[in-house]
Design a protein around this ligand. Sequence first.
Ligand code: KIV
Ligand code: ZN
Length: 391
Amino acid sequence: MASANDNRVIIFDTTLRDGEQSPGASMTLDEKLRVANALAELKVDVIEAGFAIASNGDFQSVNEIAKQVKGPTICSLARAAKGDIERAAEALEPAENKRIHTFISTSPLHMKYKLQMEPERVLEKVIESVTLARKFTDDVEWSAEDGSRTEHDFLCRCVEAAINAGATTINIPDTVGYTTPTEYADLMTMLFNRVPNIDKAILSVHCHNDLGMAVANSISAVNAGARQIECTINGLGERAGNAALEEIVMAINTRNDAFPFTTGIDSTKIMNASRLVSAVSGFVVQPNKAIVGANAFAHESGIHQDGFLKNSETYEIMKPESIGLNKSSLVMGKHSGRHAFREKLKELGFADLGDNAIEDAFARFKDLADKKKEVYDDDIVALVDDGMRDN
Ligand code: KIV
Ligand code: ZN
């Protein structure tokens, strides 16, 4: 088991549960199985396959993933209710390694308005739900929903009680994406200092991206001792989404000097998983999205292209191959310069063109680039051919 003293961070993927909760992102059983297999290839540690009680379809997908997908631990979400936990256990029955993830809200706002329950009753439910879940598996995760807005004394009592009842992972979600990186680290430190049995469980974080801080918050929590991050491919998830798996993994890999942790992820499978999730969820990845956006390894400006062609590290901090992309791309547009243009001509089979012809073609290219957002390979072939005919 990972602990705060070792540097291995558990990657818990919730694309198929929290990700699928994005309005309009629902997936068919077949699509979920394909995503689960891609996650297994990526070597995530835990796949949260769904919320078994939510619908018969959700039950079936958790159950089929539990039957068919080998490698990661398969998990189902369950509220702090007998029916939920029993249904999760039933769906997970065929899994080699299974986890029940049970949760209840602990913040004053959620307890008063959503649950309409007194804190003492919530505490009882924490104990009842974890105790029941432990009857089906010894891998039980307990989450304090809206944990980041929970009063500290009460959070400590709930966490201690959940661990005593048998929870092996304690997850503190930032359900509404409200927390800052410093606050998250302080929250983790507070739990390590005040909960007497905290070392008997893995501390986990689950960050939403409402203020764009989900990845920073997750890594900050790990810096303070958390050893599981809950995340999704492409940051898919409720509202502004969840922490993006690919950003967390590549931040740890690329800045290992600043974040001295390891994951079990095979980063070369990132692009494959990203494209699949985008296709089946129908959520297009924005071009400038970190790591997996179409422009993440593309260069258009002449200065950048020239530097990149001399040494890729001038403008790239990661290798495209490290996420499973063949190569970076030089996009030909009005900002492109001669160096990239010459390289493009070579790539298109015009290696023998003389200097005058290249200059002529470059001038035509610049004229065209002023009229178009991007000049495609076919455009360049046509303008070189035109030049040859004119001469
Ligand atoms: O955001 C959240 O609080 C959740 C919990 C159910 C873990 O998704
Ligand atoms: Zn969530």
